[in-house]
Every structure is written in structure tokens, then in C-alpha cells.
Design a protein around this ligand. Sequence first.
Ligand code: COA
Length: 150
Amino acid sequence: MWEALVEVPEAALNRGDRVYRRWLRARMQRGDAVAFVAETRGRVPVASGAVFVRDIDPSPSGVATSPHTISMFTEKGCRGQGIARDILHELRDWCEARGFAAVTLSPAPKARRLYRRVGFERAWGMVLRFPPRHPGPHARRRPPRGPREG
Ligand SMILES: CC(C)(COP(=O)(O)OP(=O)(O)OC[C@H]1O[C@@H](n2cnc3c(N)ncnc32)[C@H](O)[C@@H]1OP(=O)(O)O)[C@@H](O)C(=O)NCCC(=O)NCCS
């Protein structure tokens, strides 16, 4: 899926696959995630989609988790047959059955039509992007020098 969305070196893809598999499997075992895979009659996987339940800040409504859709992918030769739409319906049913009132996703631009067709609506969100060379929170950096004493 990542190959279809961004340019990533193969080594990073393989590493990412292992991390992702561990991450999703742990959540599925806890019941905090579900994934659907569509297969051909010969059991070759051709499409996928998943939902994981993430923590959100508690509000007076008492809601502190929210399901988020990830990993929507259909192999090129199988696109346009409604497979992703069917997977999204399954994911929605899973969320509804657990009492959630909505499910979110971050759409790739080319997939927006698919999501709109299934009923997803555009919702407001904002992002503040940092300049490219801004070190991330986990980057090692020297502690800033304080004023000299004495
Ligand atoms: C997006 C993607 C998962 C769609 O899979 P799919 O199985 O072909 O989708 P479906 O056949 O269920 O399409 C359902 C509807 O969405 C439309 N649609 C799907 N992908 C579309 C695209 N790339 N551009 C325009 N419309 C699209 C279909 O035409 C169909 O609409 P219709 O009901 O009016 O015919 C697939 O194109 C893909 O894997 N893309 C690369 C990875 C990606 O972008 N994933 C999404 C990350 S957010």
C-alpha cells in the first residue's frame, strides 16, 4: 500500500511492514482493531482495510475513544469492482456494533471519491506544520546552553 502512496526505499518498507504487523496484531488481540482482507477464489489477498480504536481526550459525553480507518488498499488489477466499498461497509458495521457514533479517516486525495460514495463527509481539522529541518520530539539534540554563571 505504501508503495502506491509515497516513495519509500525497500528496506524501510520491509522494516515498516514488521513494525506495522506487530502493532496491528497486538491491537487485534486486545479487540481494539479489526482488519478485513478480500481474497480471490484461490485465496490470493487482493484488498484490505482496517480500523483501530484510538484514545481521544475525554469529554463531558464520557467518550474517550474513537475508531479510525487505515490500510485501505486494492491491487491494481482488482480496482473498480466495489471491493474497497464492501470493506468499508464491513468496517462501519464493526464500529456501529461496538456503539461508536462515527468513524474517521485521513483520505489520500485520489481516494476521496470512494469515501464520499460510502457516506464519509468532510470534517474540519487543522494542522500546524513545522519547517523541514525542525527536529522531531525524539531527535537527539544538545540541551540548550544556559546563561553563564559567575
Ligand atoms: C482507493 C482504493 C482503495 C479504491 O479501491 P477499489 O476497490 O477500486 O474501490 P471501489 O471499486 O470499491 O470503488 C468504490 C467507488 O469509489 C470510486 N473510486 C475508487 N477509487 C477511485 C479513484 N482512485 N478515483 C476515483 N474514483 C475512485 C469508484 O469509482 C467507485 O465509485 P462508483 O460507486 O461511483 O463506481 C484503490 O484505488 C487503492 O488501493 N489505491 C491506492 C492506495 C490508496 O490510495 N488507498 C487509500 C488510502 S486513504
